[in-house]
Design a protein around this ligand. Structure first.
Ligand code: KG4
Ligand code: ZN
Length: 357
């Protein structure tokens, strides 16, 4: 089925991203201006800097995307939440002005809905795959860690959440405590490969109720305590002490174990036909391997996004927008607002996002 040719705009955090999707969901243009290096000097994202950089990057990124698009556009999809409010506002207002000036329809996209559809996208020019119904999907990023049930039309319901830190946030904070580069996830991924996960004792915190919720802050604090007690310090790749690699290996192993702990229960409850994962942490080598192994054990196909689409990008926002528009969603460019909170839901025809047990 051919859907609207869509311009996607994503500015919820520290990546300015613009993409064009053809009617069949194939990615025609996928552009990204990363601010990671800029924020690295501060050890985390500085919201005001992020907004300013989005404002500077959006005009030329969109101009380039339009020049590279193969046919005229029919729809604008923009991330309206959750995320940094100032960063979101830049994208939302830009998208609204763009849509208004061109008399083009626009839809607000939930950033999480974007991540959820990213495993179905291809960067080699193939059409987007249909979403097998139901798909059991993990989103693990710097701001979120949840399992979702995803339906063929792109609507979703959240099955659990984290009660404190997100998985990516825990990676970032441990890396920061070790003096390693920001963002921590990719660095930990690399250093943990040469580590012994059994060397440092780490807790496996579980919420003591039947919610299947996550908690990562106890694990993070325990790992940071080891950093202080053992006087650990990271260093550029080659010189990183073995102890640091061992702690990171144990930490990564535990995070992956915790993320996959609800899997068996959720599969039994919801009988999915596909297992998927997305968000920055879905770039993690160990998590990807374990998901494939567990999927095989459970007799389920596993689909992961191409590595470039695990972290924030606009192709996934364009796809979620395209699907929302096909479900009947429309937003008024004069009224569309940005929403920083996770509880926000774009209006339109969608299933309730409330926690489903
Ligand atoms: O999805 P994303 O780009 O932004 C959010 O929506 O938060 O995710 C960024 C997060 C960061 O916390 C980063 O450290 C983590 O994803 N990350 C990783 C890896 N690559 C990125 N975590 C573990 N292993 C990786 N390879
Ligand atoms: Zn994200």
């Amino acid at each position: 089925m051919s859907l609207a040719r869509t311009l996607g705009i994503e500015t919820s955090c520290d990546e300015t991203a613009v993409a064009v999707l053809a009617g069949d969901g194939s990615v025609e243009v996928n552009l990204l201006a990363s601010q990671a290096q800029l924020h690295a000097a501060f050890g985390g994202v500085v919201p005001e800097l992020a907004s300013r950089e989005h404002l500077a990057a959006l005009p030329w990124l969109v101009e380039r995307a339009l020049a590279e698009a193969r046919a005229p556009l029919e729809l604008v999809g923009v991330t309206a939440g959750p995320g940094l409010i100032g960063a979101l506002l830049v994208g939302v207002r830009f998208a609204a002005a763009f849509a208004w000036a061109r008399r083009m329809p626009m839809v607000a996209v939930d950033h999480l809905d974007g991540h959820l559809v990213s495993p179905l996208l291809d960067l080699g020019g193939a059409p987007a795959r249909p979403i097998p119904d139901p798909t059991l999907a993990l989103v693990a990023s710097g701001g979120h860690s949840s399992w979702y049930l995803l339906a063929a039309d792109g609507t979703s319901s959240r099955l659990n959440r984290t009660r404190d830190d997100a998985a990516g946030e825990a990676f970032d904070k441990l890396a920061q405590a070790l003096g390693l580069a920001y963002p921590g996830g990719p660095v930990v991924d690399r250093l943990a490969r040469a580590g012994d996960p059994g060397r440092f004792a780490l807790p496996h915190p579980r919420i003591r109720d039947d919610s299947l919720d996550f908690s990562f802050s106890g694990l993070k604090s325990a790992a940071i305590r080891w950093v202080r007690e053992a006087g650990l310090r990271g260093a550029p790749d080659g010189e990183t002490p073995q102890e640091v690699r061992d702690l990171l290996a144990g930490f990564e192993e535990t995070v992956v174990e915790l993320l996959l702990a609800p899997l068996a229960t959720l599969v039994a409850r919801h009988r999915p036909v596909l297992l998927a994962a997305s968000g920055g942490v879905a770039a993690n080598t160990l998590l990807r391997r374990r998901l494939l192994e567990r999927g095989a054990e459970l007799g389920l196909d596993v689909r992961l996004p191409p590595p470039a689409l695990t972290t924030d990008n606009a192709a996934m926002i364009a796809r979620a927008g395209q699907l929302a528009f096909a479900r009947g969603s429309r937003d008024d460019p004069r009224r569309l607002d940005a929403h920083s909170r996770q509880s926000w839901q774009p209006p339109g025809t969608r299933r309730d996002r409330a926690t489903v047990q």
